[in-house]
Design a protein around this ligand. Structure first.
Ligand SMILES: C[S@@+](CC[C@H](N)C(=O)[O-])C[C@H]1O[C@@H](n2cnc3c(N)ncnc32)[C@H](O)[C@@H]1O
Length: 270
């Protein structure tokens, strides 16, 4: 008979087979924590029992899948959005800064998961600034999940996680380590990771760009509307709020921002 603690590896394999989730790319610690959320909800104490339920209950498979994918992210996720940032948003901001005799760019990746979004931004900015070294760039990256932030700070990714990164960026901004790659220090130094709950923690000020994509989908309507107003207060005049394809600006903030790019849901503070 298998001891109860030995059921976790089996459960991990089953998660891959029956809910088509790439569990092998996730730390056991992270998976255990997520599975525990569902086990608590069902008042179940053993992986063995949970596995049985998972095998026979389609609803539970859907619920677990939701809990597991909540941190999913990619480098340059939705590349069209990043293309608009590269082509339109950043050049416009840089022009504004030059007119105002400012050389500081401040960005915030709100709900940054394991860092792929803020590091993607850092690569783009380097590209657009094109060797200019008179700008100070500061990217704040926040999340509530401490495991994700730990990984983000380390900046080490398995090679399978690097899909979406252009070859020249990979060569320029990553170095090999073990069976993965590490973000180079020059990029890591541009990003500060902090644990912050978007719902209850203090917001930053004087930001030029806020990205908040695929984060607030489970938030209530009222909370979203309050958060959009908080983001408005966080931005400098001429700054951009980027919500990505899963979200629409709603509530009083609609009257405060102008729509800059309707497809990519990019809004500008006038
Ligand atoms: C699906 S990921 C999105 C990552 C990235 N923004 C992207 O689009 O690829 C959602 C992230 O939001 C974080 N999150 C959820 N609720 C949050 C909250 N109240 N405050 C801060 N972060 C939160 C989760 O921990 C998760 O890492």
């Amino acid at each position: 008979m298998i001891a109860s603690q030995d059921y976790f590896p089996l459960l991990k394999r089953k998660i891959k087979d029956i809910i088509d989730f790439n569990s092998e790319f996730y730390e056991d610690k992270h998976l255990r924590r997520r599975v525990a959320i569902r086990m608590r909800a069902l008042d179940i104490a053993s992986y063995r029992e949970y596995l049985r339920i998972l095998e026979r209950d389609r609803d539970e498979r859907i619920k677990l899948s939701k809990v597991l994918t909540v941190n999913v992210t990619e480098f340059f996720r939705n590349p069209e959005t990043f293309e608009v940032i590269r082509r339109d948003v950043l050049p416009e901001l840089i022009k504004l800064k030059l007119n105002n005799s400012s050389r500081v760019l401040r960005l915030w990746s709100a709900g940054c998961a394991d860092g792929k979004e803020p590091y993607s931004l850092a690569m783009l900015i380097k590209d657009v600034l094109n060797e200019r070294d008179d700008f100070m760039v500061k990217i704040m990256a926040t999340d509530i999940d401490i495991d994700s932030l730990e990984k983000a700070r380390l900046g080490i990714y398995h090679k399978d996680e690097l899909r979406g990164i252009r070859k020249d960026y990979l060569k320029k901004y990553f170095e090999r380590t073990g069976d993965g790659y590490r973000v180079k220090r020059e990029l890591r130094d541009m990003v500060t990771f902090e644990r912050r709950d978007l719902i209850s923690d203090r917001k930053y000020r004087v930001m030029d760009i806020i990205l908040c994509r695929n984060v607030i989908i489970y938030f209530s309507k009222e909370l979203k509307e309050k958060l959009f107003m908080d983001f408005y207060d966080s931005l400098n005049t001429g700054g951009f709020l980027i919500l990505g394809k899963t979200e629409n600006l709603s509530g009083p903030a609609r009257k405060k921002f102008v729509v800059y790019n309707n497809v990519e849901r990019i809004y500008k503070k006038m």
